[in-house]
Write a protein that binds this ligand. Structure first.
Ligand code: TXA
Ligand code: MG
Length: 307
């Protein structure tokens, strides 16, 4: 179906993706329409075999090779100089391409069967939280795409770590479950992109509104901050975090670990929207390890909601 120009959603270990063959530029263009995605936001190309990189990238520097050897298949995306073969619609006219080899067995079987590299963003309407269940894909995209491959809920729940490998040292553009520490152990000197680099558009997607439920997202600094709300308001509020929720809030998700928090966050956002929750209090976590990625998504959701 993908080979003949269809749009197929599929599970991955991070979030569900919405795929089209890179050999069908018109199908790739349809992804942008189905999602309502700005056309200046490039897509990640998903592959089944390591050797596919050679056809997509014109140069594969040593640090990139090391990272791919260490973390593929898995939740790591590398940015490389693109080869001729990759159409401009996939990379939003950039001269670089994002490539990832997922580890999820359904994703791998799908990519092997497709037999072509598959361009795939997360399978949500643009601006909504990424889907971590097939039901979330259905909720956002039913009638706009051709098929959904049904799998279990995504294990990680946050999108892949994106690392720009085109410069002298790798730069982390989007934090994920593959942490800076893990990457540094393989390629010393790897750093996070500064705000300036993000603003200059090395990762165009980060400029756009992201991860936001309809409800207002508030980073709960302390239980007192929540306590300021009237009893009536607290009935329309929700809370997610590790530890003890403030009293009087009707919808609560207590997580036992950062990993569980990351895995359930986007699904919780969507459940809150369905139930008409107005404010979602999210308890911050320490920005260490996976906590960096979780805080990144929480801060984006909070700032998007305040606009
Ligand atoms: O975990 C994931 O990465 C999921 C699953 C489906 O693989 N995909 C995903 O795709 O999150 P998407 O499109 O929602 O996010 C891709 C991110 C965006 O921020 C985009 O701007 C960035 O990667 N990106 C893609 N190509 C790029 C490039 N050539 N240079 C810099 N950033 C790029
Ligand atoms: Mg996305």
């Amino acid at each position: 179906m993908v080979r003949s120009g269809g749009l197929v959603a599929f599970p991955t270990e991070t979030v569900y993706g919405l795929g089209a063959s890179i050999e069908r530029p018109e199908a790739v263009a349809r992804i942008f329409r189905a999602k309502g995605r700005p056309s200046d936001n490039p897509l990640i190309v998903h592959i089944a075999r390591r050797r596919d990189v050679r056809e997509l990238a014109s140069e594969v520097p040593l640090p990139a090779r090391r990272l791919m050897a260490a973390f593929w298949p898995g939740p790591l995306t590398v940015i490389l100089k693109k080869a001729e073969r990759v159409p401009a619609v996939v990379t939003a006219n950039l001269d670089t391409v994002a490539i990832r080899m997922p580890s999820h067995p359904v994703a791998r079987a799908f990519l092997r069967a497709a037999g072509v590299p598959v361009a795939a963003p997360s399978a949500n309407r643009s601006g909504r939280p990424s889907p971590t269940t097939w039901e979330a894909v259905w909720e956002d995209l039913v009638g706009r795409i051709d098929a959904i491959l049904i799998g279990p809920p995504s294990e990680v729940g946050l999108e892949s770590t994106v690392v720009d490998c085109t410069g002298a040292v790798p730069v982390i553009l989007r934090p994920g479950v593959i942490t800076r520490r893990m990457i540094e152990a393989v390629v010393p000197g790897t750093r996070y992109a500064g705000h300036k680099e993000q603003a200059q558009g090395r990762s165009p997607g980060l400029r756009h509104r992201h991860y936001a439920p309809r409800a207002r997202v508030v980073l709960e600094a302390s239980p007192q901050a929540v306590g300021d709300e009237s009893e009536e308001a607290r009935k329309r509020a929700a809370w997610i975090g590790i530890g003890r929720p403030p009293p009087g809030i009707s919808k609560v998700k207590r997580c036992r670990s950062v990993a569980e928090y990351a895995r359930t966050l986007f699904d919780f956002f969507r459940a809150c929207d369905r139930e008409g929750v107005e404010v979602i209090y999210c308890k911050p976590v320490r920005p260490r390890g996976l906590g960096v990625a979780l805080m990144d998504r929480l801060c984006r959701a909070a700032s998007a909601a305040s606009k």
